[in-house]
Design a protein around this ligand. Sequence first.
Ligand SMILES: [Zn+2]
Length: 288
Amino acid sequence: MGDRLHKAQLSTGICPFCLTVVETTIHALRDCPHAWNTLLLAGFDANFLSSSLDNFRDWLDFGSSTLPDGLFLLLLVLLWNLWNSRNDFVHNKHFQPSWLLVLNSETLLRDYLCHNSVSTPTKNSNPHWTPPPADYTKINTDGAFDLTTHAAGIGVIARDHLGSVIGDLAQHSAHCQDALHEEFLAIVAGLHLARDSGWRRIHIESDSAILINKFNQIGPVLSVLSSHISAARDLLRHFDDCLFSFVPKHCNTAAHTLATHVCKSGTSFFFDSSCPVFLDPIVLADLN
Ligand SMILES: [Zn+2]
């Protein structure tokens, strides 16, 4: 790797961290003191790290056949983060310490596992929106985000067991950071709407599997959204029961339409028991 960079006259080819040897893949991702310390800190034992295999792919194969599944996945995420941090250091002179790399890798892996633990709808499951039981209110939420303008919107629609709309709101936001945050704001708006309307048993649906898993997670939530999620969970004391479910996008069309409408139009609105005319066909179609 360093050899090739040197031949192409792109750099000296020397490891940018320890500045002692020509950089090879196995050096950058295992043998360099920075990588070594990061892997040790993450819980990989010195025997595994000091394996005599000095070809990266052979060592990775060795890891895949000897490490437990979860640990091997963590290794892959760490190696990926080590490589990105190496590039960040070379190009931006930004150094990420080992503890930060380990923390970020563990969070990323947890999010990945959490996301993938959601049961995906099977052919037997109902592919449409379904009304809640008689004593529940179902609240569908969605966020929309325009990557170019950073405009965003949230859509929330609440329906009873007959499928009648009993509340909805849609809010535009001019400056949003990312789509996930907007999805989160939509869920929180749904919780506020339910609390203010006095609904005691609610069922929140969102097409963000990551967020639904976080709301359903027992124990501390460790991620960038953690403090926000904890604050939002605080709202749950206002309800006798509050369920959170992931639904595929095509079961969340009404909330999605509201969110994209206000994201584009720049307007916001709130309705008690009626909904905008453009939503009528979707609400009707959900009942069929
Ligand atoms: Zn080095």
